[in-house]
Design a protein around this ligand. Structure first.
Ligand SMILES: *Cc1c(COP(=O)(O)O)cnc(C)c1O
Length: 354
């Protein structure tokens, strides 16, 4: 990587690393010592800085907090066996970030700002990348509108910040999920295929209600008929039916996950058949009943591969196969793990060593 970006670096005078328990890191609660910040003004990105992690001062009128003109990404960096650090598939996250930016009428981030900013930040805080099994450094880039103006129009100024958070996986146990028949996550013509704030704010009440009903998570269905399964929370959904992986095809109401793509590529390389199509609730339930469905799992950067143990539909609960005995997702997960942590070679070119 050739450095072409001039980044001003101000290091913290007191690292919090020594007082952090690196073997107990619930997802997304602990942040590293520094953050990367850039500003968009007068039609260009500028003021590239690495600063101590901490509060930033903003006008209470910024349009991001009133109208939600804000987007984010989620990716992970992994400690390699030789002590170096790899960012997993950062190019894919950049492409999706810029797709989200375009849909939200925001400026795109040039590759050099995104990748070099990220690399510089991770190098500054490389001692924060956990060495513990299954742990990683979660990376959260976010961009938001900063014009202090209450009119509704695209902002002319933006802030881009990258936060990093050493973390355990998002879920520690298999999930009991409910097929959601009342609320929807996204709809045609909307922003469901982008990582923008509104998709998550609208999911909070439905998810809260699912928790109150005793479920860990819900499965979103299509907004028109509630006949097809789309995603599970903020992760994509996969099933193994008669030895074949079946997953909802990408459409504008579904977030196209990098993990989804990774699992599909890995499965195909292992000779496992993958079918991307509309998946009806009926098909899922029928295949549970007739024994064809042997695995169900959610895939995402935060979730990695999280097994689904039970699916509830309109008050009826379906108990799936033992999550500990699922050969297809277990084999894929193991191969992915070995590539991510540099245990085996990376024939796909997924690791960006920084
Ligand atoms: C982030 C996200 C995913 C998973 O995407 P990855 O790139 O695999 O992390 C799936 N669905 C939604 C709604 C998401 O926000």
């Amino acid at each position: 990587m050739i450095d072409t970006l001039t980044i001003k670096t101000t290091k913290t005078s007191h690292s919090r690393l020594a007082e952090t328990d690196m073997s107990n890191l619930p997802f997304g609660q602990v942040f590293t010592d520094h953050m990367f910040v850039a500003d968009y003004e007068d039609g260009e990105w500028k003021n590239f800085e690495i600063l101590p992690y901490g509060p930033i001062s903003m006008s209470p009128a910024i349009s991001a907090i009133h109208y939600g003109q804000t987007i984010f990404e989620g990716m992970k960096a992994y400690k390699q066996q030789d002590g170096s650090v790899s960012i997993f598939r950062a190019d894919k996250n950049l492409a999706r970030f810029n797709k989200s930016a375009t849909r939200l009428a925001m400026p795109i981030i040039p590759e050099e700002v995104f990748i070099q900013g990220l690399a510089a930040l991770i190098n500054t805080d490389k001692d924060w990348v956990p060495a513990k099994e299954n742990y990683s450094l979660y990376i959260r880039p976010v961009m938001f509108a900063t014009d202090p103006f209450l009119g509704v129009r695209p902002s002319s100024t933006y802030k881009f910040i990258v936060l990093t958070s050493p973390s355990a996986p998002y879920y520690s146990n298999p999930l009991k999920v409910k097929i959601e028949m009342k609320y929807t996550r996204s709809d045609e013509g909307g922003v469901g295929s982008t990582k923008t704030a509104g998709n998550y704010s609208r999911s909070m009440l439905p998810t809260l209600e699912a928790h109150q009903d005793g479920f860990d998570q819900l499965i979103w269905t299509d907004s028109k008929e509630h006949k097809y399964v789309e995603e599970s929370g903020a992760a994509n959904l996969m099933f193994v039916v008669n030895g074949k992986i079946i997953t909802p095809e990408v459409r504008e109401t579904i977030l196209e996950g990098v993990t989804r793509d990774t699992v599909i590529e890995m499965a195909k390389s292992m000779g496992i058949e993958v079918e991307e199509k509309r998946v009806s609730i009926q098909e899922v339930l029928d295949n549970i009943d007739n024994g064809g469905l042997t695995e169900a799992f959610a895939v995402g950067t935060a979730a990695t591969i999280t097994q689904i143990s039970e699916i509830s539909y309109q008050g009826k609960n379906y108990v799936l196969t033992d999550p500990a005995a699922r050969p297809v997702s277990t084999a894929i997960g193991k191969k992915l793990y070995d590539i991510r942590y540099g245990i085996t070679a990376d024939p796909f070119g997924w690791n960006l060593i920084v």
